[in-house]
Design a protein around this ligand. Sequence first.
Ligand code: C2E
Ligand code: MG
Ligand code: MG
Length: 382
Amino acid sequence: MGHAVGDELLVAVSKRLQNLIREEDTLSRQGGDEFIIVLPSMKVDGAAHVSKKLLEAIEQPIGLMNNELFVTASIGIAMYPDDGQDMETLFKCADAAMYLAKQNGRNNFRFFTPEIQIRSSRNLAVENALRYAHTRGELQLHYQPQICLQSGNIVGVEALLRWTHPELGVVSPSEFIPIAEESGQILLIGEWVLKTAVTRMKQWIDMGYTPVTVSVNLSAVQFHHAHLSKLVTTILDEVKLPPWYLELELTESVAAQNPIRAIEIMNDLHQKGIRLSIDDFGTGYSSLSYLKRFKVYKLKIDQSFIRDLSIDPEDRAITVTIIALAKSLGLRVIAEGVETKEQLDFLRENGCDEVQGYYFSRPLNVDDFEKFIRNYAIKEQQ
Ligand code: C2E
Ligand code: MG
Ligand code: MG
């Protein structure tokens, strides 16, 4: 809504905060959307009580320039002298606690604890190490095949990021991707992933492998970055890979966060011939009326539903429903995390188009993936 509205909003929030604190307290804006409140002689109970009141005050609608705006806050609390003796230490502790409050769904408060300390120093170590990961060649892509149930052919491959640090060892993407998103490093890393995956697919096609789509995971930060579509087309042009061989995977929550904007971005990518799929489908809250307008090509059923297919009737019902939903919207549907023959049979019987999972193959490095493809082709011929 622009800077002017942003500034007004900050003023309105400051006033609400100011109304709730005492004469001897200090309120300051730290920068951006962060505030610090110093409450002298306050015990734990009091701090929790004040935090609740602050959260309640902030979540009331704010009327600004004919709009009703809704905002929420996340609060981190550090106690003097237990958590720190000086401002800098206390600030760091409060910041780490706030980070956790945000991760836990926002609109709540957290006290600093030693566990947070451990977690936040690990986060910091990961964040620092990540800064050099791609220039030092510590990043790698692994590839996992996607198989069409009707033809039995490999029809796609998902590129999955791997990071091995000399001291930290193998760090899982579920740990470092959120950190890279928070610190903004995901933009550079994501660009490296796109370039590497697209280049690899071009090489495979040039080597004579049957052309298939390569799927690349996109984070929210990348998706909402102004130059995404330009970046993608530039890479495709440079590498000379036709756009229909690239598929971008968005998680459901990314698309659902700001659907109107998401539709614009998707339309733009779609016009350029790039395919989009919705990853981890069924775990977010996407509105069906928006789903209809999203220019997506494929839904990926989240692996949490596939895992217990053989024992959980609800997961079976959800899986069947997602398949039916995809069919009626004219989308393709793939199941992730397929590990067993029973899961595969169930999916086949219920008309799922594609599958991906350990049953066929784990994500493999380039050499192993090439071996896998050659063996797979030989088995097909037999
Ligand atoms: P995702 O995109 O939903 O990827 C599927 C995850 O399930 C991968 O975990 C994959 O290794 C794992 N998987 C595949 N088949 C099976 C199976 O049969 N059983 C089980 N238990 N797991 C299976 P991974 O590689 O650890 O990646 C985790 C997540 O990290 C990904 O979830 C994705 O959201 C994110 N990620 C990975 N690479 C990238 C990337 O290059 N960029 C971005 N933004 N995110 C990435
Ligand atoms: Mg994915
Ligand atoms: Mg997934």
